[in-house]
Design a protein around this ligand. Structure first.
Ligand code: ADP
Length: 526
């Protein structure tokens, strides 16, 4: 670091003058010294060193100022010693102190000013740096951004509010020009490259109000309401049209500042969610198709079970009908016995009809109404439905639950399908592994006042290491003829009702799937 850089301020566009000021200050100090020492002019000439200091302040650093001040003080003393050394009187001494005091006060004030100047400079440079950083983010980000001047719009809305208007939508109904008027109060300040790419140069310049929000007036009014209510942000999905006439769905977000003065630069962003929404729609459609397919697969499995179950009452009806004929053929006919046979036939027909109705309920299109479901009966009913499969695979079912479990508000058929799926998976896992001991244990408890847990545990090989992480992923299957949709559908069905489904291996062997259900689903899941 050179002496010049310690004494003089850093180079800047005005540097040439800075050096000149320094030279003039030093020369002036020398001239004042000569006048003070070698002329007979009476008066506090040394006070003029202050002028030298003021000139030096234009170009010197704080150290430079201190050096000049010390130099001027030294010259004052020297001049005093040379002119009044032997015959110093009170008046001359007072003049000396007066000059030194003026020099000290001026130096202190100049040092203070220099410190304030430096602080201002550093604040200014921090501000410019932050502005440059903001600009660079604004220009380079891939999110479409706009800067808009909402100050006039805000003042207008505050005036409207001051007139007692609280609901802007109601106000717009009686003032049909409101939307146009408010749109006109918004001024475009800047749009970044991503904004121009999203909407095209014309539309991005024109901005949101004209092209997007006014098209969907309701949303524009929602934004006006947000400004009136003093909200910090406004966010919504909005349909916009590009320069090429293409419709896009975007997520619009407006950051509303707290400080009314900052409404001159409101940042508005748009994220194109057209593809994402289309993908979500396609996924929902695919899921619905697969749910149908899995329902069809379940229908196949259940019809075997149904045929088997119907065999029993139908066989009994035939036998009772034959018996009834025999009692009728007697001489005389045994009418009380005929009546008993007829009654048994009616009972068996009713049982067959119930079985068919039950199957129809399970297989018919889903009924989405919530009902109060007694889970104990639902489990028993489901086990009865699966009876044929269970018998064929020689699987025992153990059901264990407390009688005090409250009823749950849910869609019965959905829950029944989940249970059928879990039991079918358990049977298949035990079949595939060729397990000698085959049993499914269904337990139910109430872990807290809001939830019920149903666990379906089998004595199969358990969930394989490769399957553990992907168990609920759509299309994940380890079965040759599997679709891999069962667990995924079960989980989304339960989650849609505010429930959960998890699968792990039991420490004593086998897999255990746990359903957690809210006793009363929240409104959004109902
Ligand atoms: P799929 O039955 O068509 O394979 P799922 O989604 O119902 O589809 O099951 C996905 C995979 O989870 C199965 O292929 C199997 O590997 C594993 N899995 C499911 N239930 C069990 C179980 N009880 N025991 C062991 N593995 C199971």
């Amino acid at each position: 670091m050179s002496i010049a850089s310690i004494l003089l301020r850093a180079r800047d566009p005005g540097q040439g003058h800075n050096l000149a000021f320094g030279v003039v200050a030093v020369t002036l100090a020398a001239v004042i010294f000569c006048i003070d020492t070698y002329t007979d002019i009476e008066g506090a000439i040394a006070v003029l060193y202050v002028v030298s200091m003021l000139l030096a302040a234009q170009s010197m650093t704080r150290i430079g100022l201190l050096v000049i001040a010390t130099g001027c003080a030294a010259l004052t003393f020297l001049s005093y010693a040379m002119t009044h050394g032997q015959e110093a009187n009170l008046q001359e001494t007072l003049r000396l102190f007066g000059a030194l005091a003026a020099l000290s006060v001026t130096t202190l004030l100049l040092l203070k000013t220099e410190t304030a100047r430096l602080n201002l400079l550093s604040t200014h440079s921090a501000l410019s740096e932050s502005e440059a950083r903001y600009r660079s983010i604004f220009d380079r980000t891939r999110v479409a951004l706009w800067e808009r001047d909402y100050s006039k719009l805000r003042s207008y809305l505050m005036d409207v509010r001051a007139q007692g208007v609280i609901d802007i939508k109601a106000y717009a109904r009686v003032n049909p020009t409101l939307v146009d008027h408010c749109g006109g109060l918004i001024k475009a300040v800047a749009a970044n490259q991503a904004a121009r790419e999203l909407l095209g140069p014309k539309s991005s310049g024109m901005g949101i109000p004209q092209r997007a929000l006014i098209a969907g007036q309701e949303k524009f009014l929602d934004m006006l309401q947000a400004i009136m209510d003093g909200d910090r942000t406004f966010e919504d999905k909005v349909e916009v049209q590009t320069d090429d006439g293409e419709d896009k769905l975007v997520l619009l977000s407006v950051s509303l500042p707290e400080d009314p003065a900052a409404f001159g630069r409101v940042v508005v962003s748009m994220v194109d969610i057209t593809q994402r929404e289309l993908a979500l729609k396609a996924r929902a459609e695919a899921q619905a198709e697969l749910t149908k397919a899995s329902r069809a697969a379940m229908a196949g499995a259940m019809s075997a079970s149904l045929a088997h179950e119907l065999n029993q009452p139908l066989g009994a009806i035939v036998i009772n009908a034959q018996t009834l004929l025999r009692w009728l053929d007697r001489e005389p006919p045994d009418l009380p016995a005929v009546r008993r046979s007829a009654e048994r036939m009616i009972r068996d027909s009713q049982r067959a009809s119930e079985l068919i109705q039950n199957a129809r309920r399970v297989l018919s299109s889903p009924n989405n109404d919530l009902e109060s479901v007694d889970l104990g009966s639902l489990i028993d009913e489901t086990v009865a439905l699966m009876e044929h499969e269970l018998q064929q695979s020689k699987t025992a079912v153990l059901v264990d639950y407390s009688p005090h479990i409250p009823t749950v508000s849910t869609v019965k058929i959905e829950l029944q399908q989940v249970l059928i799926n879990l039991m079918t998976n358990a049977i298949q896992a035990m079949d595939e592994a060729g397990c000698s001991e085959r049993s499914i244990r269904i337990t139910m408890n109430q872990p807290d006042i809001e939830h019920i847990c149903i666990a379906v545990r089998d004595t199969g090989p358990g969930i394989g290491d490769d399957a553990r992480d992907r168990l609920f992923a759509p299309f994940f299957t380890t079965k040759a003829a599997g679709m891999g949709m069962g667990l995924s559908i079960c989980r989304s069905t339960l989650e849609a009702r505010g429930g959960r489904l998890d699968g792990t291996n039991h420490p004593e062997g086998g897999a255990v799937f746990e359903i957690q259900l809210p006793i009363k689903p929240e409104a959004e899941h109902a």
